[in-house]
Design a protein. Structure first.
Length: 191
């Protein structure tokens, strides 16, 4: 069995367009672009030295900030509890499973994710209705479908990400805006 790990710098605050590939001993993938001897002949072209240095700096900072993950997980859990208390129809996707601590995915049946994003944006709260790599695409999450959600319900989910500067006040602002949005949209006439 061969094992590899791919990493993207931008996922930890580093520059976009640079990453890392870690290969198990003995695994020799075929080069996609041939030409030079860079990266042990795995790719051609000049290395992005500035990007690599930025990735290294971001990795060092991420390692230093690992103790903060417990704080973010507690904030995420508080956000979810508050949202569910205010909007009982909402569901937390992946609740009870091991999940990344800074991200939540809330599903509000009957209210399109894009509609929730716009309503929350007007309230000064930034969320998304999908991953950044699928922005601009109007289709339900394949991940939620794989978790057993119908296409209709999967289209009613939003993603909330917490960051290094998130605090209890941010959770309270989100929860208030989420409750107000859900109450307003539940009363809105069907289109």
């Amino acid at each position: 069995m061969h094992t590899l790990l791919t990493l993207s710098a931008h996922k930890i605050g580093g520059p976009a367009g640079v990453g890392a590939l870690i290969l198990a001993d003995g695994l020799e993938p075929e080069a996609l672009i041939r030409g030079g001897g860079q990266e042990k002949r795995r790719r051609a072209g000049t290395e992005n030295v500035v990007g690599i240095a930025g990735f290294g700096a971001a990795a060092r900072l991420a390692r230093e900030e690992l103790p903060d993950s417990a704080r973010l997980t507690a904030l995420r859990d508080a956000l979810e509890a508050s949202a569910l208390a205010a909007v009982p129809a909402a569901r937390v996707m992946g609740a009870g499973a091991a999940r990344v601590g800074n991200t939540s995915n809330l599903l509000l049946p009957g209210v399109a994710g894009e509609t929730q994003v716009m309503a929350l944006d007007l309230a000064g709260v930034a969320v998304s209705a999908g991953s950044a790599c699928s922005s601009g695409k109007v289709k339900p999450s394949h991940v939620l479908a794989a978790m057993g959600e119908s296409a209709g319900d999967a289209a009613c989910a939003i993603r909330i990400s917490l960051g290094w500067d998130s605090d209890g006040a941010a959770v309270e602002r989100f929860s208030a805006a989420y409750a107000a949005m859900a109450a307003r949209l539940a009363r809105a006439p069907a289109a």
